[in-house]
Design a binder for this molecule. Sequence first.
Ligand SMILES: Cc1ncc(COP(=O)(O)O)c(C=O)c1O
Length: 396
Amino acid sequence: MKYDFETVHKRFNTGSGKWCEMAKYGVSESDDIIPFSVADMEFVTPPEIVDAIKTQLDTSIMGYENPTPEYLAAVCEWMRVRRNWDAKPEWILPSNGVVDAFFRAVQTYTCEGDGVMIMTPVYHPMYMAVNFNGRKLVSNPLINTGTRYEIDFADMERRASDPNTKMLILCSPHNPVGRVWTRDELTRIGEICLRHDVLVVSDEIHFDLIMPGHVHTVFASISDEFAQNCLVMTAPSKTFNIAGLQTSNIFIPNKSLREKYLASLKLSNPNPKCNILGYVACEAGYKFCGEWLDECLKVIDANRRVITDFMAHEFPAVKVHVLEGTYLLWLDLRGLGLGHKELERVNREEARLFFDEGYVFGEQGECFERWNIACPERYVRGALERMKECYSRHMK
Ligand SMILES: Cc1ncc(COP(=O)(O)O)c(C=O)c1O
């Protein structure tokens, strides 16, 4: 490997929520245990990005900045080369994060009481975007076929055909179930939404984290009709582990939708801006860090294999879902026979395992765990040993 995927910086006293959570359970630096929860990586940032930020710091220019033509060109070039999508710079609205953007989309394009569909279990802030804004949550439950989820298209069509349903928030690739929706599946989603006049908000923040053998299709790239009926939300934050820089790129190909979004932004700030270092990092990532990403994906895929093989041999009752995309492995632990709260307790207090509890993503996630596997393999192996020791005692 050309890059360093072994160094882990302990973040106990840095304000990292997931590290602080472990400290609450008495874990300290000397335990050499890392958290497997919140979706940032336990890898150091690509050196090209660190260098670009240092260069910017050396100029001592930290003033207001708009995205430069070079920045927009780098974003579009990444979309063209890596994501096979011919996006135009004028479609891009930089944003301080994707969550911020899908909350705003709900506020901009729907009214109180309108139905907003999500495909559950799903990334929990999507529920919040609907509920906190007084919209009606329309759940289209995914079908668990064992170690992979499928879309219930008949249910989706039925729910979309309700005239009150105005928006679908699509999670693509899907967090937490790890699906990379195929072109065919996305086409069926897009057609249903067009038939029933449902706007698609496509959160594609994980779109660069695609495992071997799978292909991510940007929703808007499928057809011009789809492009005109969607927002595509992207970011370099998961890709290069720079989530703390809160820089994302929201693509809105449809001019009138774009103008509506801008008008809504201006209601809270007439001159919205992003972070100068975020722009620098994003541009450097898209220009120089393709090789880093390729190596990173290999490390994640190797971790996935280690866990899948381990469970097959040691705990066949634990089902490891196929990881097609993201670095968040979805584990079905219902076979252990523990309730979800007891499972959480056993993991944290006995096994010293700090996952994201599956129930956070909706009740279909009870007794599941979401395991962030973007970390050095030695931590995965350490966790598996603790699991073996502890789960054997609890197996019913
Ligand atoms: C699907 C999804 N969307 C958005 C985010 C967070 O986006 P941001 O940090 O840009 O607000 C995450 C982070 O885990 C995510 O998984």
